[in-house]
Design a protein around this ligand. Structure first.
Ligand code: ADP
Ligand code: ZN
Ligand code: ZN
Length: 745
């Protein structure tokens, strides 16, 4: 027998299939999906590979033999292997990178641990900074990175320090020996969600709007048809109840369900609704799981011990077979697109899986993405709409405050308008709760010199360092570089250096000043960096331990508190002003989501949007809860300016340590593209090669080419050939090709 094997080639991110003969003794174990050790190249060095197919014969003679079969179980289930091959082809990555999506970390070695090692910093912040400086000078980057990461959060799992923060186990050990940190072992609770903790719930009698959708879903599930459905339902219209009933039907048919929600919506509240309906038939996958927990959940899925998986983006690769429905809630969310290799979009993968499994794909949102709604309009999806809140509750009244008048007419310098102040006071008087939302984009606080204008940048990346007030330090969002806050401008020596921008911390101070008796909770990346802190804050708010919840995006999602009656959007403009064709879409959906937090109970709700552009059309449509109006307006703009859905955007980035080489490589690719796109006609615009907006990250220079084309699928062969040719000769420059990226940085 002959095995077709894909070699794990670290030098190139392209796959080639090689034929190996299977020795008799290994015939039983050398199955599709198994890892094997094979001799490779002229020197016959041993490398590992994965068996992707088994055939009787090969067209080649004198085949080398498989040396060894590694492990007792396939690293990739045969039924997932096809999906992985598809991912690697479509998203320009290697099979190995694709397989990593279908296997949680540690899967090959088998994670069995019941404890986890964490590191804790033992020295003062001052001492830590001195140490970091010394280590950097000595080139001990891994050690510096470990200390930097611990400066921000005090205590982190070793696996995280190594995998995400650029540290190494050696670095941790030597820092431990030097007395800088302590390594401790903590017990892991391996029973993430247990049905006994939840009250059992049963299906509600559907409202008339729900019934139409549920009846249709029942039919499609019964007929085992592949159908794509888009459900637009206003917040509180009972979409989740529709999902629950559809999944119930799927389980009845003896099939499995994949339920995706954005990571930040994966709150305990959300999970509870699934566990209380389906009990221990549910596996939950989210990023806060430890490696061991993740391994357990994944195994339950693979072994058929559960019927439903609820999870964020990566759960689309759950090792289920026999799928009856795939659901993506809040389908418009950007987090469904992966911004690291493999750069897949969960909707695309879900579409592919639903087709392979011949099952239903259900996308849902209160504010569908312009792309998917357009596709629904031209018939790619069956469209359903639910326009009423289940209890016939009214949508909140939305008021717009023109901030231009605040300073001049009202002589008010506060970022909180007088109107919003009055409404907050009313709520405090009535014992009702308030949520205040601040968009983090454009709100990052950076330090600059008021004399010479110097901005304190990361030395390794071409972006400003972010100021963290609580710890009084500066750190880089891209690489983790951390330094003391400066008292003097490093460029001109002036002591007039200040931090810029209005962060959540500053607003918190302002609210305390205005309402000294109010109990305020702040929720942002700063206050939620530790495990479970997110839940603790929400629990406090729920239990009436606070009057005001102030936060970033995190407060906009999935929160269902019945006694919140006021929502304030502090600066709508930072959402609208982003230089991106999706800014209006993002703004509309954000305002709708935030305002939808108000008045979910019996009390009616109100929302206030503060803006400098009260006549902006996005604000106007948000105020009227008018999605269709917004969509009709937006689609005209997209068509006029030739943006998606009327085209696809291709973003090619090259990165490397030597700027000249990166530039030259990109120029070569640019020339090749010029030659080929002229006769092609599919690609109709090309910008670059040129420096990327963030021209350096972690000391790697970045160049980019941006193209628009009518259909990315039609450009795929061209891109693929450029990619493969490039990878074959690759030396020190990395190439990524991203189709319809979210951020073009
Ligand atoms: P959405 O997901 O559209 O925001 P939810 O499914 O969360 O809406 O529903 C909002 C609230 O209404 C929830 O508390 C839910 O339990 C309740 N609900 C939904 N459908 C029904 C129904 N048919 N009967 C009674 N309560 C319902
Ligand atoms: Zn940096
Ligand atoms: Zn200066």
């Amino acid at each position: 027998m002959v095995a077709k094997v894909i070699i794990n080639n670290k030098e190139q991110n392209i796959d080639k299939v090689f034929d190996y003969s299977i020795p008799m003794v290994l015939e039983e174990r050398a199955q599709v999906g198994m890892r094997v050790l094979v001799p490779f190249g002229i020197g016959n060095r041993m490398v590992d590979g994965i068996v992707v197919r088994i055939t009787e014969k090969s067209e080649y003679k004198n085949l080398k033999e498989i040396k060894k079969v590694l492990g007792s179980e396939p690293v990739c289930q045969p039924w997932l292997l096809d999906l992985c091959l598809w991912v690697s082809e479509k998203y320009f990555c290697s099979l190995y990178q694709a397989i990593r999506l279908t296997t949680p970390p540690g899967m090959e070695s088998g994670v069995r641990e019941k404890t986890m090692k964490v590191a804790r910093l033992l020295v003062s912040q001052d001492k830590a900074f001195d140490t970091i400086d010394e280590m950097r000078k000595k080139g001990a980057t891994a050690r510096a990175r470990v200390v930097e990461a611990l400066l921000m959060t005090e205590c982190l799992p070793l696996s995280k320090l190594v995998r995400e923060k650029g540290g190494s186990y050696d670095a941790v050990r030597s820092l431990e020996k030097l007395g800088f940190l302590a390594v401790e072992e903590v017990q892991l609770v391996r029973d993430a969600y247990n049905e006994t903790k939840y009250q059992k719930s049963t299906a509600y009698k559907p409202t008339s709007e729900q019934k139409v959708v549920i009846d249709h879903l029942y039919n499609v599930i019964e007929e085992e048809k592949n159908e794509k459905i888009l459900l637009r339902g206003v917040t509180g219209s009972g979409k989740t109840e529709v999902f629950l009933q559809a999944i119930e039907k799927v389980i009845e048919k003896g099939k499995n369900a994949i339920m995706l929600v954005p990571e930040i919506s994966l709150t305990p509240q959300m999970v509870e609704r699934f566990v209380s309906r389906f009990g221990n038939q549910v596996a939950v996958i989210h990023s806060a799981l430890s490696q061991g927990e993740r391994f357990d959940e994944w195994n339950k899925i693979k072994n058929g011990e559960v019927k439903v998986v609820v999870g964020a983006r990566s759960a689309i690769f759950a090792p289920f077979r026999n799928i009856g429905i795939i659901i993506l809630d809040e389908e418009h969310e950007n987090s469904y697109k992966s911004e690291t290799t493999p750069r897949y979009h969960a909707i695309d993968v879900a579409t592919k899986r639903a087709k392979d499994e011949n099952c239903v794909l259900l996308l849902a949102s209160a504010t569908p993405s312009v792309n998917e709604f357009y596709k629904a309009k031209i018939g790619e999806y069956t469209l359903f709409e639910m326009t009423k809140r289940y209890n016939e509750g009214a949508m909140p009244d939305v008021d717009v405050v023109d901030m231009r008048g605040e300073l001049f007419e009202n002589k008010n310098r506060s970022p909180i308008s007088l109107k919003l102040q009055r409404e907050i006071q009313k709520n405090l008087d009535n014992g009702e709760k308030t949520i205040l939302f601040l968009n983090r984009r454009g709100y990052s606080t950076f330090v600059s010199c008021r004399e010479c204008g110097e901005v304190i940048n990361c030395p390794d990346c071409s972006i400003a360092l972010t100021y963290h007030k609580r710890k009084d330090l500066l750190s880089c969002h891209y690489c983790g570089y951390t330094m003391r806050n400066v008292e003097e401008c490093p460029s001109c020596g002036s002591s007039y250096v200040k931090y810029f921008g209005t962060g959540t911390q500053k607003i918190e101070e302002e609210i305390s000043r205005l309402f000294p008796s109010a109990r305020i909770l702040r929720m942002d990346t700063d206050t939620t960096s530790e495990k479970c802190s997110h839940e603790k804050i929400l629990d406090k708010f729920k239990n009436g331990e606070a009057d005001i919840l102030l936060g970033t995006q995190m407060v906009t999602k999935g929160l269902d508190f019945h006694d919140v009656t006021l929502v304030g959007v502090l600066a709508a403009d930072t959402t609208l002003a982003v230089d991106d064709f999706r800014a209006s879409e993002r703004g509309f959906s954000l305002f709708t989501q935030v305002c939808g937090r108000a008045g979910r109970g019996n009390l009616s709700g109100r929302a206030i949007i503060q803006t400098y552009q009260p006549f902006n059309s996005t604000i106007k449509f948000s105020r009227q809860h008018d999605y269709l109006g917004f969509y009709e307006n937006e689609i005209i703009q997209r068509k006029r300016l030739n943006y998606p859905p009327f085209c696809d955007i291709i973003y090619i980035v090259a990165t490397g340590e030597d700027e000249q080489t990166v530039k030259e490589e990109m120029e070569k690719i640019g020339k090749r593209l010029d030659k080929e796109i002229k006769p092609d006609g599919n690609i109709f615009s090309k910008t670059g090669p040129g420096e990327a907006p963030i021209s350096k990250i972690k000391n790697n220079y970045r160049y980019r080419i941006l193209m628009k084309c009518k259909n990315a699928d039609d450009a795929h062969d061209l891109l693929r050939s450029i990619y493969e040719e490039y990878e074959k000769g690759r030396k020190s420059v990395f190439l990524t090709i991203d189709i319809n990226p979210i951020n073009m940085y």
